[in-house]
Design a protein. Structure first.
Ligand code: ATP
Ligand code: MG
Ligand code: MG
Ligand code: MG
Length: 573
């Protein structure tokens, strides 16, 4: 590739809405362009990285005997109604109508369609096992799209679906996918960890998430350095509660001071299991006395993904007096600081107004009560992580004995980039996807499903690999592996000739090379490629050439090295 014929568009400053480093750097490097909330154009530079991710995923899927197909983006509502997910998915499922008024879903995932394919194609156990995959655009109307490609609404996912005759077969297919994922993330050149995960609403018998390790990750991972134990926070059950942890309570006081969104971290700290069916809601309460406003925080744990309609308040003294006029089943109520709920308990009932299901508590709104308390909006989710706070929380949980008795727990943060599920027969039963077994009897297919967030991987890779100059791509993912930077190509015939020769040699050696023939000044040229994150740079200058040398600098190197002309290709390879 020649830079003059490619499209390169870099920025000095990131736009204000880019909160995290990967989003900022992808915008500055001209990899993506925002069209709307959570919706991006993949610009040529970004698309090259996406294609590299896809190619590795595709090779490993094919090697694991998964078969590629492509399913529609727009899917009839009837299929989604068969499994009940038309209702269960809530507002995350994007729905559209055609000109006849018929309902359709824009796919967030494709279990229904693949099960429909298989139920009409598969008759006999002889046709099994089977694993189909596709790499496709997904749409999820996320509550808070943010962080660029990390949590988009439109994004690219690889998902695979396995079909087996029995449980053992399904578990074997699952293992094959688990191992393929391990190879894929190794080939990406990223530090990652597979953790046991909650099956959540999908149900089934087992599940693992693959996380790219990054201190900015949204998820906390609990693992034991001396054993195989590794789980995400939802799956890491039964860690001791606050009462047994004075240190935790102390950290929690700190945690509760700056803002309410930290309550979820507090829940983590206390080891409260936050599964998909138990959500926390952190409430901020502004308490006005003698003209002074004090903000307080507490946290509700809600169980169930049904409509809110009944409230039972338990455990926390002082809050028992409250009548919540929500329709929620409040499992337990925790104050962030033991006893802090006292002042609330002495006032009139809290009124909590919620108009969504518990699964979508984002817009949980608290009204003002008669006593003049002002209850501002509720919040849950792990926003605004402060490294210092996270370190506090870590100190507390790290060192706990582990569930398998083989060591103590450690905690690190990760970004969920892949997720494998043992689905069992949940979908095949509701959609009547059966096959004839060896005795000629119909039996439901055993299923598994396996997702990789193709576009999220770009964000995750950058969160793990960057410096103050820009992105540092692992070679396997880089948009170009090598950039040739000629100094004064238009002035020096020697430089021009050597550059052309080197360009041809690099291509012949199978190196993904770009030559920067834009005629920029060296400073501007280097800054662009450091920002874009190309792993290898070779500067071709007249002075060096006269001594038979080129100037090589790896993206992580602090200075350039002189490399003899003849050695440069083997040096890079
Ligand atoms: P999250 O917990 O981040 O919302 P998820 O558990 O809902 O993700 P899955 O249904 O397991 O996601 O989908 C498989 C993979 O798709 C995820 O592991 C993730 O890498 C990717 N993914 C999910 N949602 C998004 C999104 N909004 N933007 C980009 N990638 C996503
Ligand atoms: Mg999600
Ligand atoms: Mg998840
Ligand atoms: Mg997941």
């Amino acid at each position: 590739m020649r830079a003059s014929r490619f499209f390169i568009s870099t920025l000095k400053e990131a736009p204000a809405d880019a909160e995290i480093v990967s989003h900022q750097l992808m915008m500055r490097a001209g990899m993506i362009k925002r069209l709307g909330s959570g919706i991006y154009t993949y610009m040529p530079m970004g698309l090259r990285v996406i294609r590299k991710v896809e190619a590795i995923v595709r090779e490993e899927m094919n090697a694991a005997a998964a078969i590629e197909l492509l399913m529609p983006l727009v899917q009839p509502a009837e299929l989604w109604q068969e499994t009940g997910r038309w209702d269960k998915m809530g507002p995350e499922l994007m729905r559209v109508k055609d000109r006849h008024g018929r309902d359709f879903a824009i796919q967030p995932t494709s279990e229904e369609v693949i099960t429909d394919v298989v139920r009409s194609e598969i008759k006999s156990y002889r046709q099994l096992p089977l694993n189909f995959y596709h790499i496709q655009t997904k749409f999820r109307d996320e509550r808070r799209p943010r962080f660029g490609l990390m949590r988009g609404r439109e994004f690219t996912m690889k998902d695979a679906y396995s079909f087996d005759r029995d449980l053992a077969g399904m578990q074997a297919s699952y293992k094959v996918m688990y191992d393929a994922y391990t190879r894929i993330f190794n080939r990406f050149g990223l530090k990652f960890r597979a953790v046991a995960a909650d099956n959540g609403a999908i149900g089934g018998t087992g599940s693992h998430e693959f996380h790219v390790i990054a201190s900015t990750g949204e998820d906390a991972l609990v693992y034991c350095p001396t054993s195989d134990y590794a789980a995400n926070m939802e799956a890491a059950e039964a860690l001791p509660l606050a009462a047994a942890r004075p240190a935790a309570t102390e950290a929690l006081v700190k945690a509760s001071t700056p803002n309410a969104t930290k309550c979820e971290q507090v829940a983590e700290l206390l080891g409260l299991p936050l599964s998909r069916t138990v959500k926390t809601i952190a409430l901020t309460v502004d308490h006005e006395q003698d003209g002074k406003v004090t903000r307080q925080y507490f946290m509700l744990l809600l169980r169930g993904d049904h409509e809110l309609n009944e409230v039972k308040v338990g455990k926390v003294p002082g809050l028992a007096a409250h009548r919540f006029s929500t329709e929620a089943e409040i499992l337990e109520v925790y104050g962030c600081v033991p006893g802090y709920l006292g002042p609330i308990g002495t006032k009139a009932p809290v009124t909590v107004v919620a108009d969504r299901t518990v699964a979508n508590m984002a817009d949980f709104v608290c009204g003002a009560n008669d006593a003049g308390f002002h209850y501002t909006g509720a919040n849950w989710g792990r926003d605004a992580l402060e490294p210092a706070l996270v370190a506090d929380l870590r100190n507390v949980v790290e060192g706990d004995a582990s569930p398998d008795g083989k060591g103590v727990l450690a905690i690190e943060r990760g970004i969920e980039v892949g997720h494998v599920f043992q689905l069992g027969t949940a979908y095949s039963e509701s959609m009547k996807a059966t096959f004839l077994d060896e005795n000629g009897k119909p039996a439901p297919l055993q299923m598994g499903c396996y997702g990789i967030g193709i576009t999220r991987i770009l964000g995750a890779a950058i969160e793990q690999n960057f410096d103050d100059k820009g992105i540092i791509w692992p070679t396997a993912l880089a948009p170009f592996e090598l950039v040739l930077c000629p100094m004064g190509m238009d002035r020096s015939e020697l430089v021009k000739a050597e550059t052309e020769q080197l360009y041809a040699q690099a291509q012949a050696a199978g190196i993904d090379v770009i030559v920067d023939d834009r005629g920029l000044r060296p400073g501007a040229m280097f800054a662009d490629w450091e920002l874009i994150g190309v792993p290898h740079r070779v500067v071709i200058g007249e002075r060096g050439l006269k001594e038979g040398n080129l100037e090589y600098q790896g993206r992580r190197d602090t200075e350039a090295t002189a490399v003899p002309l003849a050695d440069i290709i083997p040096f890079i390879k």
